[in-house]
Design a protein around this ligand. Structure first.
Ligand code: G1P
Length: 297
């Protein structure tokens, strides 16, 4: 029987320089879409997919992230006293069970592959998920859950995949497709951040992975790749042609690149519009703004 995926790694060691000065004192993952920090979306998605152990690869200055998952007894008491039950239950959903969460430091920023490798001892010999919290995915069925269900059929290694314009391929890991089965593709090659003219396709890797522990063994080699960093893409590519294989999974949902300011703003608007209590107000504002833009042209 295939082993269940119950552990997930969240690489959150990045400095978030694109959001300076905000990230001078606030970890990027604590920045909020409407009223929930980015990391909460990632955690909720992992929980829905059956993840029980949450491994954060952090760095200096990420203390606020660790505090965020702690119980807040004084605050809870206050809300209880005031009868704010709904808020209380929202707050309680952010608590993590004792022992369910672990923090590992990545001491040097050597790349995503290295960050994942830092968690190797906590993973052991089990398949595991990796979630990049910058990639926020709005979906009826959470993306990782879709992937876990598909993975139950395929095993091996699976990466979330999405078509991107050719001009953007150089920002991603890109798949070389051996066989296109529609929802899923079998992969025969993977290139991290290829030059536009060298991209093998326009199918890009998005930050959700289900990986075989063999990938961690490949990472032991510490080979540096694109940008001089130890790339997760390269370690996964080493699995191609082996017993396990690599699959790309075209998830159903809308992905926001919350590592960029524009993506973050788009996610804010989209998640705001999805909230019944905000929708009307926000729509009115957007309509007015568009009208004024058009009038000015
Ligand atoms: C990382 C991965 C890349 C992937 C991307 C998805 O790159 O290395 O393969 O396509 O996430 O967001 P980063 O965006 O951290 O440079």
């Amino acid at each position: 029987m295939r082993r269940k995926v119950t552990k997930a790694i969240f690489p959150v060691a990045g400095l978030g320089t694109r959001f300076l000065p905000a990230t001078k004192s606030v970890p990027k993952e604590i920045m909020t879409l409407v009223d929930r920090p980015l990391i909460q979306y990632a955690i909720d998605e992992a929980r829905a997919a059956g993840i029980k152990e949450f491994i954060f690869v952090t760095s200096r200055g990420k203390g606020a992230l660790e505090d965020y998952f702690d119980h807040a007894p004084t605050l809870e008491q206050e809300l209880r006293k005031k009868g704010k039950d709904q808020l209380l239950s929202i707050l309680k959903d952010t608590n993590m069970d004792s022992g369910a969460i672990a923090y590992i430091r990545q001491h040097k920023a050597l790349g995503l592959g290295h960050a994942v490798w830092c968690a190797r001892r906590l993973i052991g010999n089990e398949p595991f998920a990796v979630i990049l919290p910058d990639d926020v995915i709005a979906a009826e069925k959470p993306c990782l859950q879709q992937m876990v269900e598909a993975y139950e059929q395929t095993g091996g290694n699976m990466v979330a995949a999405m078509e991107v314009p050719a001009s953007q391929a150089s920002s991603y890991g890109v798949l070389d497709v051996e066989e296109d089965m529609g929802q899923m593709v079998k992969v025969r090659g993977m290139v991290e951040k290829p030059k536009a003219e060298e991209a093998p396709s326009n199918l890009a890797v998005i930050g959700r992975y289900i990986l075989d522990p063999d990938v961690l063994r490949s990472l032991n080699q510490m080979k540096s790749g694109a940008g001089g960093e130890i790339q997760l893409t390269d370690a996964i590519a080493q699995e191609i042609g082996g017993d396990n294989g690599v699959y790309g999974y075209r998830f159903r949902g809308q992905r926001f690149d919350c590592g960029s300011k524009s993506g973050f703003l788009q996610a804010t608007v989209s998640f705001g519009l999805a909230r019944e209590e905000l929708r009307e107000d926000l729509l009115g504002f957007i309509r007015d703004a568009v009208r004024m833009e058009n009038a000015a042209e």
